[in-house]
Design a protein around this ligand. Structure first.
Ligand SMILES: *[C@@H]1O[C@H](CO)[C@@H](O)[C@H](O)[C@H]1NC(C)=O
Ligand SMILES: *[C@@H]1O[C@H](CO)[C@@H](O)[C@H](O)[C@H]1NC(C)=O
Ligand SMILES: *[C@@H]1O[C@H](CO)[C@@H](O)[C@H](O)[C@H]1NC(C)=O
Ligand SMILES: *[C@@H]1O[C@H](CO)[C@@H](O)[C@H](O)[C@H]1NC(C)=O
Length: 212
């Protein structure tokens, strides 16, 4: 798995950026997200809902899927406001934290660099290939880089983060282009009015810290 990532990374780094693309934004999405670590372990997996206009994400991991999922989380993130809620529906309890970094795998950041466009699978057979664009973006809070693969209409398919000491990959699957349940993107009543906790000085607390 690790080797496959390296080959993929190499392929991306050596691809020539032949023309310049404008930054693109994904549609609203509902789908399934998995986060895999560099030992091929599944860190988290479950349903997600993303509002691309207001940059709001709900990610509810599901440890009952038959994979060896290591974290159980219910996160509601308002990226524009820089706020993350960690929700415990069973206890009706909540933690509210301020994000220091608002980078995340659902949106191509403004500092991303276009690298190339490729077809995964077959170039010739209808329905057997997927054309995607590859972008690279620095992720200072992880002291590394990310490579985002997006469809031609800017839906994120997978994002690979390479840090000093590890790699992990976000993959979106079975994506539908709308928000199925807008209630998932609103703050539950038992979370309202909470004070926001600030991360300790000098840390670059981000969405990733809750996942990896
Ligand atoms: C969690 O996964 C199990 C097994 O795949 C599935 O039956 C269940 O509906 C899922 N729950 C949610 C909330 O997605
Ligand atoms: C599941 O995860 C645990 C903890 O990371 C690990 O010790 C165990 O070997 C894993 N099992 C399988 C079948 O991958
Ligand atoms: C939720 O409830 C369980 C069982 O009562 C308890 O062990 C756990 O610490 C609670 N979690 C929070 C965040 O309050
Ligand atoms: C995306 O979802 C939000 C929240 O449900 C909604 O307000 C917005 O209109 C949707 N945007 C599009 C382009 O459908």
């Amino acid at each position: 798995m690790y080797t496959a990532f390296l080959i993929f990374a190499l392929m991306c780094w050596t691809a020539h950026a032949d023309h310049h693309h404008h930054l693109c934004r994904s549609s609203n999405m509902t789908g399934f997200l998995s986060v895999m670590g560099n030992m091929a372990e599944i860190k988290a997996a479950g349903q997600f809902t993303y509002d691309s206009q207001n940059k709001r994400l709900r990610f509810q991991t599901n440890t009952s899927i038959p994979w060896n999922v290591t974290t159980d989380q219910d996160l509601l993130v308002f990226f524009d406001e820089g706020i993350i809620y960690k929700i415990d529906s069973k206890n009706q309890s909540c933690e509210k934290k301020l994000l220091q970094s608002t980078k995340h795998p659902f949106d191509l950041p403004a500092d991303a660099t276009y690298m190339s466009t490729m077809i995964s699978g077959s170039v010739a057979l209808e329905g057997e290939g997927m054309k995607f664009q590859i972008w690279s973006t620095p992720t200072p809070n992880l002291k590394g880089n990310a490579m985002m693969c997006l469809t031609m209409r800017c839906l994120p398919v997978s994002t690979i983060y390479v840090t000093e000491s590890s790699m992990f990959m976000f993959s979106n699957m079975n994506v539908e282009l709308d928000v199925k349940d807008p209630d998932l993107l609103t703050v539950p009543s038992f979370c309202q009015g909470l004070p926001a906790e600030e991360a300790p000085e000098g840390t670059a607390y981000s969405f990733f810290d809750e996942i990896i």
